[in-house]
Design a protein around this ligand. Structure first.
Ligand SMILES: [Zn+2]
Length: 535
């Protein structure tokens, strides 16, 4: 070996030893001068944060050690990446594995399988996610509705004991394969046909395996109080944490009832039931036109059965009364123009149009009754998804302020520019930070970040994420609190968030300077039963 080389090595070794006495090995990334909002709800503090590999290596008032990369975050907030407990991201994640609409808001973890609807079995689905190389992390609930459909079909009857045993087995398998818990959508077919006791039987299995229960409730309008009671009962008798998902109060006649729903949650918590809430910050909801504006009994058995019922004139007249009532008193918000079509695959020129305007274009006055006919016309032509402006701002803010409420989008991964989706997919998290923290001061910045990071992480047992602390995974959102905002509107939803400077997933910068980077470091985050096995 040449002498010069040896000498160089010795010199390097000596330098290393001397440097090593004071500082650890260089960092991959240091974020300097930021206002650290750590996710716990504690007041922000000024500090530097260093990343090595996929983890937070150090947090200190000042970090001068060498780093491969330095981000100056002066004037900006450095927060844990946001965790979205309620997404329908399988709509789009395979076409847009970078999930730009979410990542540009600072979201670093997407959780799928809400509303009782999940892929089954979940194992091949999670393998496909892993093989796709997506940008954010990804987790999954197993869905009660999907399980019931597979075992019983979309039929309105009780399950037999043998069927319940089979469904229990499917929940067990889902948990074993990595689910975070059991979701239900008791508003939808077939959840709506499920007696409470049957849900409790399945919830017990998820609970025994460390999972939680999360529910799109049976009724978010006139029956919302009983639905909250049912959600609490399922947690209480099922022996597991329970969550009212996308909590809202639908229909003008019901506005204000959040005072009572929150009291029910408080009372449950006071007697030891671990009941929580998530919410998106918009006064409109979104689901299919038929689920929102037709009674459940009309939807039993699937599309062919629905069409048969609409062909029966006396049944059609009966259904029309019920659909008119749903427009007048519930999701329709009292006016056909409070219903907006989001996506109609059989005629995309309808995307974004209002139900009243579509009714007028069909040559009749946009009355509630005529709009009910338009609903049937839509369903007969193949159906649409819709947006329903029927939520009160006061209820929204009251729910947001509640300490048991976290943030979840209920969004999806849109194809940019396609259809007219609910803006929540593009704006939920930054809307809370912009409109509700900065502009309206409904909650503090620290509370908001907590509701988006540590709180949901703790809810699903992600002990290694959701807080900025040494040793935890480096999922980080850096944003300007003065400019962070949503741009997506109900009229023009395809607009990305603004004010987010950098987003980091598992230690890698995935978004900066207004652009997604090439890194796609997202991981599948397995639930408690699968984690326990791998330890
Ligand atoms: Zn839902």
């Amino acid at each position: 070996m040449p002498r010069a080389f040896l000498a160089a090595c010795t010199a390097a070794l000596l330098t290393g030893l001397i440097a090593g006495a004071q500082a650890p090995a260089p960092f991959d990334l240091v974020i300097r001068n930021g206002s650290i909002v750590d996710g716990t709800g504690s007041p922000w503090y000024r500090g530097d944060l260093a990343v090595r590999g996929d983890a937070i290596a150090r947090i200190a008032p000042r970090i001068d050690a060498p780093a491969a990369r330095v981000i100056d975050a002066i004037g900006k907030v450095v927060a844990p990446g946001f965790i979205d407990l309620h997404t329908h991201a399988r709509r789009g994640i395979f076409q847009v594995p970078t999930a730009d609409n979410y990542v540009r808001q600072g979201v670093t973890t997407l959780i799928e399988g809400p509303d009782g609807s999940s892929p089954l079995p979940i194992k091949p689905f999670l393998e496909r996610i892993a093989a796709t190389r997506i940008t954010p992390n990804f987790g999954l609930f197993v869905g009660q509705g999907s399980i019931r459909t597979e075992v019983i079909g979309s039929v309105n009857r009780k399950a037999t004991e043998a069927e319940i045993e089979k469904m229990r087995g499917m929940v067990r398998q889902g948990m074993h394969d990595g689910a975070l818990g059991l979701s239900s959508g008791l508003f939808y077919v077939p959840g709506t046909f499920t007696p409470t006791v049957e849900v409790i039987e399945l919830a017990k299995v998820a609970g025994q395996m460390g999972g939680i229960y999360i529910s799109h409730m049976r009724d978010e309008a006139g029956g919302v109080l009983n639905s909250v009671r049912e959600t609490i009962e399922i947690g209480e008798k099922g022996g597991l944490p329970t969550q009212v998902t996308h909590h809202k109060i639908i229909g003008t006649a019901n506005w204000g009832k959040s005072v009572e729903t929150l009291r029910l949650i408080d009372e449950a918590r006071a007697r030891g039931v671990d009941a929580t809430i998530d919410q998106y910050p918009y006064t409109a909801s979104s689901t299919s036109i038929q689920a929102a504006l037709m009674p459940a009994y009309a939807l039993e058995g699937g599309r062919d059965e629905i069409l048969k019922r609409l062909q029966n004139q006396s049944l059609r007249n009966e259904l029309k009364k019920e659909t008119a009532r749903l427009i007048a008193e519930e999701r329709g918000g009292g006016n056909p123009n409070n219903v907006q079509l989001a996506r109609c695959d059989w005629d995309h020129s309808l995307d974004g149009k209002r139900l009243g305007d579509v009714t007028r274009a069909r040559g009749v006055e946009p009355t509630v009754d005529n709009a009910a006919d338009t609903v049937f016309w839509i369903v007969e032509n193949g159906g649409c998804s819709g947006i329903f402006h029927a939520i009160d701002e006061q209820d929204l803010q009251r729910i947001l302020r509640h300490p048991a409420t976290m943030i979840g989008s209920d969004g999806e991964v849109p194809i940019f520019g396609e259809a007219n989706p609910h803006p929540r997919s593009y704006g939920t998290f930054v809307r809370v930070l912009g409109r509700y923290v900065r502009d309206l001061k409904t909650i503090t910045l620290e509370d908001a970040v907590h509701k988006m990071s540590a709180f949901p992480a703790q809810r699903i047992g992600l002990a290694d994420r959701g807080v900025l602390r040494e040793g935890l995974k480096a999922d980080i959102a850096i944003f300007d609190p003065a400019t962070v905002a949503d741009r997506a509107t109900f009229e023009q939803p395809h607009q990305y968030a603004v004010g987010v400077a950098q987003v980091i997933v598992n230690g890698q910068v995935v978004f900066e300077d207004g652009k997604m980077t090439a890194a796609r470091p997202g991981r599948v985050l397995f639930g408690p039963a699968a984690r326990a096995r791998s330890n």
